[in-house]
Design a protein around this ligand. Structure first.
Ligand code: AMP
Length: 213
């Protein structure tokens, strides 16, 4: 089963994909996480994408599709994957549709009004070790700066500042939002209300997946 998590930055795609991967037994495939891993390792790719990412712009389709082709060829993705943050452009969606052995069975659109986004992203913290996300006001860790799940250090992403957040919103509106129409015309889109407690949104997503099957 191949699923796509769609939604604006900060809608909760990554957080929810982590829960769903445990439920469904298929891996979360986050292009953002893959790019951040490349940066952390200091690879040539990591260096190439650094400035673009920190400015809140999209990395080229070519780079992203290269990453995805390699990732879906891994054995753990042979039964499916949950794409998180991919596709982000029509060209990416079309290339995904043309990949051998990958049929998209559902696209889950997590809907969150713009007013929530800046607040959610500017307070967001991510664990360096396990990637679990927290929020300084809405979902704080028990000890500031320390992940509740693994004890790793939490940090603020370089692109979670107001200027980059605004740019990411513009990129989303211009380049990613057209995918809502694209996938609804294919009859695979389901819209889920992304406002509220994390666990409530997870329940809504599970219900949407059950309805679909
Ligand atoms: P994310 O972790 O999904 O918020 O992605 C962080 C940043 O990585 C984005 O703002 C882009 O710069 C880049 N990125 C991640 N996924 C993609 C994608 N599918 N297409 C283009 N750029 C991407």
């Amino acid at each position: 089963m191949f699923l796509v998590m769609l939604g604006a930055p900060g809608a909760g795609k990554g957080t929810q994909a982590k829960y769903l991967q445990a439920d469904l037994g298929i891996p979360q495939v986050s292009t953002g996480d893959m790019l951040r891993a490349a940066r952390k390792e200091g690879t040539e790719l990591g260096e190439r994408v650094q400035a673009v990412m920190d400015a809140g712009q999209l990395v080229s389709d070519e780079i992203i599709l290269d990453l995805i082709r390699h990732r879906v060829a891994q054995p753990d993705a042979s039964n499916g994957a949950i794409f998180d943050g991919f596709p982000r452009t029509l060209a990416q969606a079309e290339a995904l549709g043309a990949l051998d052995g990958v049929e998209i069975s559902g696209v889950l659109l997590i809907d969150v009004p713009d007013d929530f986004i800046v607040d959610r992203l500017s307070g967001r913290r991510t664990c360096r070790q396990c990637g679990t996300m927290s929020h300084v006001s809405y979902a704080p860790t028990s000890v500031e700066g320390v992940c509740d799940v693994c004890g790793g250090e939490t940090y603020q992403r370089a692109d979670d500042n107001e200027e980059s957040i605004r740019k990411r919103m513009v990129e989303y509106r211009e380049k990613t939002e057209p995918l809502v129409k694209y996938y609804s015309e294919k009859g695979v889109l389901r819209k889920i209300d992304g406002v509220g407690e994390v666990a409530d949104v997870t329940s809504r997503l599970r219900a949407a997946l059950e309805q679909r099957s």
